[in-house]
Design a protein around this ligand. Structure first.
Ligand code: SF4
Ligand code: MG
Length: 315
């Protein structure tokens, strides 16, 4: 609720705070048990920061994080411990996130050692069963991360994330570093595991094609704010925000009748430390008008579950 994460910018010889990067700027959203909420945006849109703040891997500047109605936004590390096992994260780069000096058994065991009282045999059994769940052979237990391909390493990260039977997993671009041919396999695996273990996902991606199949709803972020959030069908079939339209026009479509004309956005993402006045998207928006520089559009409800922040849809 009203979540903000501002990073101070230090400047001058005295290294005083001269401004802020508003990485997450007043975001309110809910994630429904069992669903996948896709979060899409360019790099610099704040989506990874949002994920880390929700998990309290970074402190929020303002706002609340409610997990099963409990406010976890101000809990100490010790108070957070019982929640930690319920919430996990899978990172983009499994090579960077897996300790190269630990073998697969040790990698999967680590969270079990910290959070459970399982004995050595039980931990071994658990690791073997998790490896089977993610489609790896039990004897890969004794190998090290560098002995695996990118897709296999991501399977190891997923097994590790599942070790404590979490309820909620943030998937931070888990397939972006993988070959396109491998992406679908890992996405299918994640969808199967979601069904099997009743998982809830927040699935972060930088384009709309990756989250298309796995998401139930999709949120589009731009410079720390939500531009549009909607059930998947609405977002892909009747996008409202000009930014969503542009992102969608870049998704390769196999549907000949439904081909969209590619919208090329002018310019780059403006600096999050100095966003444009009014609507942050106005410097690149093909539909920008006078009012867009003056007033910031709020997220408004246009139909069941469909919200957009754009002056074009205000009464
Ligand atoms: Fe474009 Fe204006 Fe809508 Fe922003 S508010 S998306 S600039 S039309
Ligand atoms: Mg990121």
């Amino acid at each position: 609720k009203n979540l903000k994460k501002y990073f101070p910018i230090k400047g001058g010889v005295l290294k005083r705070t001269v401004g802020h990067v508003k990485a997450v700027d007043d975001i309110t959203l809910s994630i429904i048990r069992g669903e996948t909420l896709g979060v899409v945006g360019e790099s610099g849109s704040g989506k990874s920061t949002l994920g880390r703040v929700i998990l309290r891997l970074m402190e929020p500047t303002e706002g609340q994080i409610l997990f099963e109605n409990e406010d976890i936004s101000r809990l100490s590390n010790r108070q957070l411990r019982p929640f930690r096992k319920d919430m996990q994260i899978v990172f983009q780069d499994p090579f960077a996130s897996l300790n190269p000096k630990m073998n697969v058994q040790e990698l999967i065991e680590e969270p079990l050692l910290v959070q459970t009282s399982l004995n050595k045999n039980e931990r071994r059994e658990k690791a073997i069963s998790l490896l089977e769940k993610v489609g790896l052979r039990p004897d890969s237990r004794l190998k090290y991360p560098h002995e695996f391909s990118g897709g296999q390493r991501q399977r190891i990260s997923i097994a590790r994330a599942l070790a404590l039977n979490p309820k909620f997993i943030i998937c931070d671009e888990p397939v972006s570093a993988l070959d396109v041919s491998i992406q679908a396999q890992v996405l299918n695996l994640m969808a199967d595991l979601q069904d099997e273990f009743n998982l809830t996902y927040l699935f972060i991606a930088h384009d709309l094609s990756v989250v298309k199949h796995i998401s139930d709803r999709v949120a589009v972020m731009y410079l720390g704010r939500i531009a549009e959030i909607a059930p998947k069908k609405n977002l892909y079939e009747t996008p409202l925000h000009p930014y969503t339209e542009a992102l969608l026009s870049a998704v390769p479509s196999t549907d000949v009748l439904n081909k969209r004309e590619k919208i090329i956005l002018k310019g780059d993402l403006p600096s999050p430390s100095n966003p444009p006045s009014g609507c942050a998207f106005r410097t690149r928006c093909p539909k920008a008008h006078e009012r867009c520089a003056l007033e910031r559009p709020e997220l408004i409800n246009v139909s069941e579950g469909h919200y957009v922040a754009c002056h074009l849809y205000e009464q």
